[in-house]
Design a protein around this ligand. Structure first.
Ligand code: SF4
Ligand code: SF4
Length: 406
């Protein structure tokens, strides 16, 4: 096959476009009525590819965070800075505006070209800022609030700050960010090892280099890969294409730059090694743990606290009343009706008073119920009473209330 037909850059461009488009449309994509991925600000719920995780469910959130961290570590250990070159929106922004600047410089007078570029940058920054907010507020609600002038303080401040930040990035920073301050780039450098995918000048063919400089001119990061593996390299493959083009003209069968797992000079490496296997195992373990936890978690929860506004009262008939607040959360996917009832306690008669029957709670809602526990005879010491939460007769959760005497 002709070398020009084996170009890496077009494949990389398609990939990064798809990745950016995916990030843009993800908040619009729904599974079972929920966004595929969104941390919903109003209900404090993470929608994570079909699963709903309440912020209160800390252990599940922790699994999601750990899963993301280990996934990125795995990708970096095996494929190096492939995220930066092939998937990162920052690289996509830089590509887009480098391309537009080049085209406009060809067809428009300099001043007009600058004005058009700044306008496009402003539009683009607004889109990026909106896109980020859609990961916290559903897009339809965002547009409704924006167009009715009721965006609210938090949304307005977030929108303006992100807009200005992205605009600043597009006008002044772009790839300098990847080269210098990007924290992910720095972390990647620490975790890459002897077997990580990288690009290098093939040491067996180095003598064939005609020093034309095409690989350096084409590099978006402005580095010279002939000097060896460098931290700024984002594995984009543009230098590889440039050299293949040069070699094709010289009627050679291959370019001088190639992808390699580990440096050839040190014998190369194996992508399947102890580190990558260990990381893959941790990822499999975390996914299994997440699925298991989601499948087995309670459909509803209840927490009971002593009411701060009312204490305890002894009645003339010898019984004791304590006031409580119950916080009931429906984690199911449909509205449910709950009943509260006490677990019988030998030697006592216990009654729950207040709106404790047929408590209707919408899906994903957390409701506070004020109720009283009446116990006869009044216990001398603090007495624990177990309160059961039932749905259609089935106990779905329980909590303990501690009764205090006057
Ligand atoms: S050295 Fe090659 S692969 Fe690395 S950033 Fe430059 S062009 Fe891309
Ligand atoms: S493009 Fe190839 S031949 Fe030209 S300088 Fe780079 S490595 Fe050498």
């Amino acid at each position: 096959m002709k070398l020009a037909r084996r170009r890496i850059w077009p494949k990389r461009t398609i990939t990064i476009w798809f990745a950016s488009l995916f990030i843009l449309v993800l908040p619009f994509v729904k599974a079972g009525g929920d966004s595929l991925l969104r941390l919903d600000a109003s209900t404090r719920t993470l929608f994570f590819f079909g699963a709903r995780v309440r912020v209160e469910e800390f252990y599940l959130l922790l699994i999601v965070v750990l899963l993301s961290v280990f996934f990125f570590l795995f990708v970096t250990v095996v494929f190096g800075r492939v995220w930066c070159g092939w998937f990162c929106p920052q690289s996509a922004f830089s590509d887009i505006f480098e391309y537009l600047e080049k085209k406009l410089a060809k067809y428009a007078p300099p001043v007009l070209a600058r004005i058009i570029i700044y306008l496009l940058m402003a539009l683009f920054s607004f889109l990026v800022a909106s896109n980020l907010i859609w990961y916290f507020i559903p897009p339809d609600e965002y547009f409704r609030r924006l167009f009715s002038g009721e965006a609210g303080e938090v949304v307005t401040i977030s929108l303006v700050s992100i807009f200005l930040l992205v605009l600043f990035d597009l006008v002044f920073v772009r790839r300098k960010f990847c080269k210098t301050v990007c924290p992910y780039g720095r972390i990647q450098l620490m975790v890459m090892n002897r077997s990580t995918l990288t690009l290098e000048m093939n040491p067996d063919l180095a003598g064939l280099c005609i020093k034309c400089g095409a690989c350096v001119r084409k590099c978006p990061m402005g580095i010279d890969i002939r000097e060896g593996v460098q931290v700024e390299c984002i594995n984009c493959g543009r230098c590889l294409d440039a050299c293949r083009d040069v070699m094709e003209k010289l009627k050679r069968k291959e370019g001088l730059i190639h992808y390699t797992f580990g440096r050839s000079s040190s014998g190369g490496g194996r992508p399947v090694n102890a580190t990558s296997m260990l990381l893959a195992a941790v990822i499999i373990l975390l996914v299994s743990l997440f699925l298991f936890s989601i499948k087995n978690r309670a459909e509803a929860t209840i927490t009971i606290r002593q009411s701060v506004s009312a204490g305890s009262r002894k009645l003339p008939d010898g019984s004791l009343i304590n006031f409580f607040n119950a916080y009931i959360e429906n984690r199911g996917r449909k509205p449910l009706a709950f009943n509260l009832e006490p677990l019988p306690l030998q030697g006592y008669r216990i009654m729950l008073l207040g709106p404790v029957r047929d408590i209707r709670i919408s899906e994903n809602e957390n409701r506070k119920i004020d109720f009283m526990i009446k116990i006869y005879p009044s216990p001398g010491l603090p007495q624990k009473v177990k309160v059961l939460l039932r749905n259609e007769g089935v106990i779905v959760a329980s909590a303990t209330a501690t009764l205090l005497s006057e």
